[in-house]
Design a binder for this molecule. Structure first.
Ligand SMILES: Cc1cc2nc3c(=O)[nH]c(=O)nc-3n(C[C@H](O)[C@H](O)[C@H](O)COP(=O)(O)O)c2cc1C
Length: 215
């Protein structure tokens, strides 16, 4: 058992298998898919929420929590054009997305390039969203300065509405995909000999190079 600097014991909620040298897949997406399944089977809440890190051309970084979906070899998210993150991506497509699942003592970091997907993908995602989410998304101009009276007007609109109604997707609501070039996995070890793998690829194919990192 390991201890924090204040003497408190570090324990992990679930005993899950660690990626051994022999058992580590060649394609990191197998790890991503396996870990997301483990999150579901172990009841990890909000396991699709991670941190998206962007930076502008001046190198000023910015981070925020986001909901993500994993598809084979890409990470998907929906957001507003004109938001801080979308403006950053327009200037500099290099992004990083980071997840920490403490119950599973696992961390995942994916670095790559974000690209705006065709409008049909945003439309499809919008159709599948619950109608209860639409009104605020339609009224909000994400990341711009808000006037409190405008916010209150939207609140009144929600309270006076006869329940949620499906609205049209605003043009600025779009879907992005991250094309991964580096995937790093981290698994906590109670003796602090955490297990880290770094997968990287270059070019258009899906051949990954895998190395182990010191914790
Ligand atoms: C759990 C959680 C999930 C979120 N999911 C999204 C999301 O999927 N899309 C989004 O645009 N904002 C999402 N947000 C809000 C963002 O954190 C952020 O406030 C917003 O996107 C504006 O970010 P920006 O000004 O850096 O562009 C989420 C926030 C939280 C706490």
């Amino acid at each position: 058992m390991n201890h924090r600097s204040n003497g408190e014991a570090i324990d992990f909620e679930h005993d899950v298998p660690v990626l051994s040298v022999g058992g580590c897949p060649d394609d990191p997406w197998e790890v991503v898919e396996r870990w997301m399944c483990d999150n579901v089977s172990h009841g990890v809440r909000w396991s699709n929420v991670g941190t998206l890190v962007t930076s502008d051309t001046g190198g000023v970084p910015s981070a925020r929590s986001m909901s993500f979906a994993f598809q084979r070899h890409r990470v998907i998210f929906d957001t507003h054009l004109g938001s801080r993150k979308a403006n950053d991506i327009q200037e500099n497509a290099a992004v990083c997305v980071h997840f920490y699942w403490p119950e599973m003592r696992r961390q995942l970091k994916i670095t790559g390039r974000a690209e705006l997907l065709p409008v049909e993908e945003a439309e499809d995602s919008w159709r599948k969203r619950p109608a209860s989410m639409d009104l605020v998304t339609v009224r909000s101009v994400q990341s711009t300065v808000a006037d409190s009276t405008d916010i209150e007007a939207v609140r009144c609109e929600i309270l006076s509405s006869q329940g949620p109604r499906k609205l049209d997707r605003p043009d600025r609501y779009r879907r992005f995909a991250i094309d991964p070039t580096v995937v790093e996995t981290w698994e906590g070890d109670s003796d602090r000999l955490h297990v880290r793998w770094k997968y990287s690829r270059s070019g258009g194919d899906w051949q990954w190079k895998r190395v182990m990192l010191w914790p």
